[in-house]
Design a protein around this ligand. Structure first.
Ligand code: NAD
Length: 478
């Protein structure tokens, strides 16, 4: 894919920078192991240039009327819509997801861009009139240049989710997308450029992640950190951000509990959950992971779920008949192997899958279902971030809720029951940032997306996601 490779670059101060004079890193196709291209890595001078540009860009962009900021986001949305097919192809090529799923990424990116364009024009302050002749103004102002780092699992959506709220709020950005899926991010930046975003406002850099983040977070220019990735890296970055009292949004990992009660619509529940579990080969922060199924329907659920999982065809995301693509990188395949070996050694019963499959140079792993997984198994506490479903029976509602809240994670949670009172009790009791009842969708442009406890803090999307890029100022005029 020489075309793919030729388009890769760093975008700093409105200019593209290539591999000349820089170290470069190979980008791999997870479905074949082949090298897709070479990605330039930012030097210290590049990062300093990005900081200087972001500082200039912030001055320009904060002074740009909200309607003009919105117009840029709307034009970007139109370009993403126009190039949806090519964007989706690139996402599949570098990340592995099947074409049907890849197509949803530009679609959702358009929704996010358009919603944030509208929200840019709904950033309000308030006026407090006092009988003493003083009038207080509460202003909401853009916080400043944002450093944003995001993961490879949704190469288009993760990028847009970082950029759209920052730009809506009037902030400039330095984004470091994943070095493993850079092509999608590069195309989004090319679109922003074409949409008329002034050159200094958004920078895209790649590099050695820890070097880049240390450099950007130590700079007094950076005023906000937004991160999507694993809990350990999130904690590390939060510590770095503490040194400059930087505002942070942390979208970290989870261990999605699913509570399936015996009064649910079982066929529909299984259908929804199998699709949701193996979407993106399980590499989703809100993926359902621990399936707590009420004892009376446990065996039926396990049998039907395993049969459906076994029937899923794995293959290249580009092939029309593939139903699940490869994992995005070899690290995930070894993680799956280790978690399954440990669960089996602790007495879990493998009902489906459990092993790598296909070309050994690629990263395919079978859709896997494990039953009766003991609590002591590592996978019952550590996020698999892959195609593994863990089944575990429960007797009472109290027991299921306690189990759902057992871990230090609190991102996405699911419950299936036709009992309305129980739905309310579950909605109240679950310790998580997002709960779906009788459904699986947790992500909407106008609703906050984020976690509790170790899963992070702050939210993306919704008015909350824009507010995370604002600072409040009270002005008292007498
Ligand atoms: P990882 O934490 O090493 O990397 C995740 C992302 O963070 C990558 O894009 C990487 O470039 C970036 N990153 C890593 N170290 C960084 C640093 N010091 N500074 C700035 N950015 C940094 O994990 P991984 O092996 O790539 O992925 C597996 C784990 O990541 C999973 O267990 C899962 O918890 C987590 N993850 C979460 C999400 C999410 O949506 N919350 C997405 C992808 C991965």
């Amino acid at each position: 894919m020489s075309d793919y490779s030729a388009r890769l670059g760093l975008y700093i101060g409105g200019e593209w920078r290539g591999t000349e004079g820089r170290e470069a890193q190979a980008v791999h196709d997870p479905a074949t192991g082949a090298v897709l291209g070479r990605l330039p890595l930012a030097t210290t001078a590049d990062l300093d240039d990005a900081l200087a540009a972001a500082e200039r860009g912030f001055r320009t962009w904060r002074a740009t009327p909200a309607a003009e900021r919105a117009a840029v986001l709307d034009r970007a949305a139109a370009l993403v819509r126009e190039r949806a097919a090519e964007l989706a192809r690139i996402a599949t090529l570098e990340q592995g997801k099947i074409a049907a799923e890849a197509k949803t990424e530009p679609g959702y990116a358009v929704t996010l861009l358009e919603w944030h364009a509208a929200e840019a024009q709904r950033i309000y302050g308030r006026v407090l009139e006092r009988p003493t002749g003083t009038r207080s103004l509460v202003l909401q102002q853009p916080i400043g240049p944002v450093a944003a780092f995001c993961a490879w699992n949704f190469p288009i959506v993760n990028v847009v989710r970082k950029i759209a709220p920052a730009l809506a709020a009037g902030c400039s950005v330095i984004l470091k997308p994943s070095e493993e899926t850079p092509g999608s991010a590069v195309e989004i930046f090319r679109i922003l450029e074409e949409a008329g975003l002034p050159g200094d406002v958004a920078q895209c850099v790649f590099g050695v992640p820890d070097t880049v983040s240390r450099h950007l977070l130590a700079s007094p220019v950076t005023r906000k950190l937004s991160f999507t990735g694993s809990v350990p890296v999130g904690k590390h970055l939060a510590r770095l951000a503490a040194d400059t009292m930087m505002k942070t949004t942390m979208e970290l990992g989870g261990h999605g509990p699913v509570i399936v009660f015996d009064d649910c619509d079982l066929d529909r529940t299984i259908e929804l959950l199998v699709g949701h579990k193996f979407r993106n080969a399980g590499q989703v922060c809100v993926a359902p992971t621990r399936f707590h199924v009420q004892a009376g329907i446990y065996d039926r659920f396990a049998k039907a779920f395993a049969e459906r999982a076994q029937a899923i065809r794995t293959g290249s995301g580009l092939a029309a008949d593939s139903q699940m693509g490869p994992l995005a990188n070899p690290r995930r395949v070894s993680a799956m192997e280790q978690m399954i070996a440990d669960a089996e050694a602790q007495g879990a019963r493998l009902l489906a899958g459990g092993a790598r499959t296909g070309d050994p140079a690629a990263n395919f792993f079978q859709p896997t279902v494990v039953a009766d997984v003991p609590m002591a198994a590592k996978v019952m506490s550590e996020e698999p971030f892959g195609p593994i479903a863990l089944l575990h029976p429960f007797e009472t509602e109290e027991e299921a809720i306690a189990e759902a809240n057992r871990l230090p994670y609190g991102l996405g949670a699911y419950a299936f029951t036709e009992n309305g009172r129980r739905q309310n009790r579950i909605a109240d009791a679950i310790e998580a940032g997002m709960v779906a009842i009788n459904g699986v969708r947790l992500s909407w442009a106008d609703a906050p997306f984020g976690g509790w406890k170790d899963s992070g803090f702050g939210s993306e999307d919704g008015p909350e996601g824009v507010a995370a890029h604002l600072v409040t100022k009270a002005v008292h005029v007498s």
